[in-house]
Design a binder for this molecule. Structure first.
Ligand SMILES: [Zn+2]
Length: 248
């Protein structure tokens, strides 16, 4: 989805090695490269130079454009095998997403993204917790992603479960973490899980609260945002229209 044709291949290995010194964890998680890749074979994955040349707003604009292509049925003509080979030794994702496990809301598909373009945390009801925050801190502070996007969606089963006070094993505790959004949603009509207008209003509130909680619970990410290094924002995906509505 990102314009991978406008930059030269190669990201400056000395700079990249300095970057990697920030944490040995980076190596274990796939950031390490094996040297300069100058073959045209590697033209299909996002390079460090390409990713670093984009602002947070440009990355969000690229995701919006990808969703427009998805809705128009004109997805980018990509070769996944070339992307896989090009990104096998390193990765420079532009964003980290937190989205629901719902099978109908796969972020890479609905925003026409390729291999290596984004990190993607998926969790029922897209709420944050220390493990999610740790993943996001790795993605932004160590791996250089510039956008944190929390994406909720319409007709979310996790939201309906929280409204209905559903109970099942470990799911009970997960739904408890969504309930503050149910209580915080201002809605005068039928506040039941059968009313999809209310369900979607809660889902939106849940995204807003998750974005706020990320800032509150992660000083690392809050500092990056205050410096203008990253942007933390939300979005809602409409299952019926295919539209990803970005909050900013
Ligand atoms: Zn969901």
């Amino acid at each position: 989805m990102f314009d991978k044709d406008q930059h030269m291949i190669g990201c400056g290995c000395s700079a990249r090695r300095g970057f990697l010194k920030m944490a040995s964890a980076a190596t274990a998680l796939g950031l390490a490269g094996g040297g300069l890749f100058t073959s045209p074979l590697y033209a299909d994955a996002l390079t460090k130079a390409q990713r670093d040349s984009m602002t947070s707003d440009q990355i969000i604009a690229a995701m919006k454009a990808g969703n427009e292509r998805f809705r128009a049925g004109v997805r980018k003509d990509r070769n996944y095998l070339n992307e896989q080979r090009a990104s096998a030794m390193w990765q420079y994702p532009a964003a980290v997403l937190l989205s629901c496990i719902d099978s109908r809301a796969p972020a890479e598909v609905i925003m026409d993204l390729g291999i290596g373009d984004i990190f993607n945390c998926r969790l029922a009801g897209n709420i944050e917790n220390p493990d999610i925050l740790g993943s996001m801190e790795f993605a932004c502070k160590l791996a250089g992603a510039k956008v944190v996007l929390v994406m909720g969606h319409t007709a979310c089963g996790a939201i309906k479960g929280a409204i209905d006070n559903a109970e099942l094993g470990n799911l009970t505790g997960l739904l408890e973490k969504i309930k503050p959004a149910v209580q915080a949603t201002t809605y005068a009509g039928d506040r039941s899980a059968n009313n999809y207008t209310f369900v979607d209003a809660v889902a939106r509130k849940n995204v807003e609260m998750t974005v706020a909680n990320i800032r509150k619970d992660s000083p690392v990410l809050a500092e990056l945002e205050s410096k203008g290094t990253i942007k933390i924002t939300g979005a809602m995906y409409n299952l019926e229209t295919g539209v990803v509505e970005f909050f900013s």
